[in-house]
Design a protein. Structure first.
Length: 202
């Protein structure tokens, strides 16, 4: 036995060196790395329970958020009523800036116009647009934060979705929740290595 083998035997590493050379336990044939001196990496284990637990907790957060937003579907004295009227006009064929004055960019009215063109004017459905947009933004933030660890993503989701400003903004169709959703998904797609899609969303 050479000096190198004696050193490996003392440290217990010789067993790792010869593991890939052992015969298959069922066929008795040499292993795939026999004679190559290479070791075989152990198979990857099942995904950690932490990720599954974080996903379940995130789902519970979205459910609780939906229950909170159910109380915000009632009529409110705010500027959103003007925007709802403009969306209805667009769904009927009118054009902003030509048929009525509008001081915001046109994408503000896009979601409401599409919903009303498909389903008509229903106030609870219209008021659900900003709440849905905020939930989609929270999903993007959770996916982005989860890249640093599942619990970091969950913490980011809770801090975003249940912050005072977001709870207030997601209760009124003012365009802020929709813009936040686009920016959040642009960030998530940029972190996923999709810069063109991220640029298009932002």
């Amino acid at each position: 036995m050479s000096r190198l083998h004696r050193a490996l035997a003392r440290t217990g590493e010789e067993d790792l060196l010869d593991r890939s050379k052992r015969n298959h336990p069922e066929t008795g044939k040499p292993g795939p790395n026999a004679g190559s001196g290479e070791t075989t990496a152990p198979p990857a284990g099942p995904p950690g329970r932490g990720l599954l637990a974080a996903d379940i907790a995130a789902g519970a957060c979205f459910l609780f958020y939906a229950l909170l937003k159910a109380y915000a579907l009632a009529p409110a004295l705010s500027d959103e009523n003007i925007y709802f009227y403009m969306c209805r006009r667009i769904a009927e064929g009118a054009l902003p800036y030509r048929d009525f004055f509008f001081a915001h960019p046109p994408l503000h009215l896009l979601a409401g116009s599409v919903v009303m063109a498909l389903a008509g004017f229903h106030l609870p459905l219209a008021k659900a647009i900003p709440a849905t947009a905020a939930a989609l933004a929270g999903l993007a933030i959770y996916r982005a934060g989860r890249r640093g660890g599942p619990w970091r993503g969950l913490l980011a989701l809770i801090l975003f979705l249940f912050s005072y400003d977001m709870l207030r903004a997601s209760s009124h169709y003012t365009g802020s929740a929709e813009a936040t959703a686009l920016i959040a998904w642009a960030l998530e797609r940029a972190l996923a290595g999709r810069p063109r899609l991220a640029g298009a969303l932002s």
